[in-house]
Unconditional design. Structure first.
Length: 363
């Protein structure tokens, strides 16, 4: 299959770093390479080069997706409204494409205060075990089901609990439902991955799940997925549609199964030291902007998903739609092993019962 490659523009921008004694945030004009394109928007680091960012608080934020992904456009939007509502006092310096490290490194760096902010998915469970909740397959039926939990009291309690590891949990952003994609054949049921080497995040839930299905799970950094599949180190992995499309993973693994068995939010984190560097009035505005940007990027991700699927089909990909209820039945034993690993230790049964209760109207 011949697939068209998008040309990724690479821009290297260097400016002088200005130390601001009034805040923890970093004025990092020394912007690393950005891959992908951002139509009509620039990150804070890019705008700094026009003559120096004069914001009083400049916070460095990293994520693992390219610059045209809703992670990035959501942060660009957040930066825009932050500057508007603070009169230019607060600004974000945005680094896409794992420039500040893989997700585990983003958590560590935020925790230690060497960077200010990060967008992180499952690796957060290695630092706060309550996040293993989101690694149990099949607990959310739809995005709306997930939103009701995440944006409610229990979701807020989880964000607040991150203070115990020196992190301010700002809001739950969107990563979408996970889908399996591989390089050699269509996956029509969970057991079809038996004998395959599947890249997983550094997380026990994924390792247990795929091991129970007879696959060989291999932890691997997100930035290594494309080359890992390309050189045969792994056969595939599971991530949301937007990530498959925008990172062009379909070029090396064109068999995509929309099982949507895992919903994992991406959490916007901030170093507690960086958060505490702002006065209360700016903290309030910052939180409001984080929540508004959450809604903005969730909608953007949802609006573009079917267009991305259609584009991958046009490129020659095989998209396998499965019966979600049947998939859940077939993966039940593997899911039970994951639950046994975490329920009572990291995840409370009453939390799962509550999620199931509120989910009945979304089935």
């Amino acid at each position: 299959m011949r697939l068209n490659r998008r040309i990724l523009s690479v821009v290297l921008i260097s400016t002088m770093i200005i130390s601001l004694t009034a805040c923890k945030g970093t004025n990092s004009g020394n912007q690393a390479t950005e891959s992908g394109s951002q139509s009509g928007s620039m990150s804070a680091a890019e705008t700094d080069t026009a003559g120096g960012n004069t914001a009083e608080y400049i916070f460095k934020v990293g994520h693992v997706q390219p610059a045209d992904h809703p992670y990035h456009t959501g942060l660009v939007y957040m930066n825009k409204i932050l500057q508007e509502r603070t009169g230019g006092r607060v600004s974000l310096d945005i680094y896409p494409s794992s420039q500040l490290g893989a997700e585990r490194e983003l958590v560590e760096s935020t925790q230690m205060g060497t960077i200010d902010m990060g967008l992180v998915t499952s690796p957060l469970a290695n630092f706060d075990n309550s996040w293993y909740l989101f690694d149990i397959p099949g607990i959310f039926y739809t995005k709306e089901h997930a939103y009701e939990f995440l944006d409610g009291e229990q979701g807020q309690a989880m964000l607040d609990g991150l203070a115990n590891i020196n992190i301010k949990g700002l809001s739950f952003w969107e990563t979408g439902f996970f889908n399996i994609f591989v390089d050699t054949k269509a996956i029509e049921k969970p057991q079809d991955v038996a004998g395959m080497t599947i890249r997983v995040m550094e997380n026990d839930a994924y390792i247990t799940y795929f091991s129970e299905l007879g696959a060989n799970p291999v932890p691997m950094a997100y930035s290594e997925v494309f080359t890992g599949i390309q050189n045969g180190t792994v056969d595939g992995t599971l991530i949301p549609i937007a990530a498959i499309y925008m990172n062009q993973f379909y070029m090396v693994a064109p068999y995509i199964t929309r099982c949507e068995n895992w919903y994992c939010p991406v959490t916007l984190l901030m170093s507690m030291d960086s958060w505490n560097s702002m006065p209360e009035d700016l903290q309030e505005i910052f939180q409001e902007c984080a929540n508004e940007a959450k809604d903005y990027m969730r909608q953007e991700l949802t609006d573009t998903e079917e267009e991305q699927v259609a584009a991958m089909i046009k490129e020659g990909c095989t998209i396998t739609e499965v019966d979600k209820d049947e998939w859940r039945e077939l993966e039940a034993d593997a899911v039970q092993k994951v639950k046994e690993q975490f329920i009572g230790t990291y995840v409370q049964q009453k939390t799962l019962d509550y999620i199931e209760e509120i989910g009945q109207k979304y089935r």
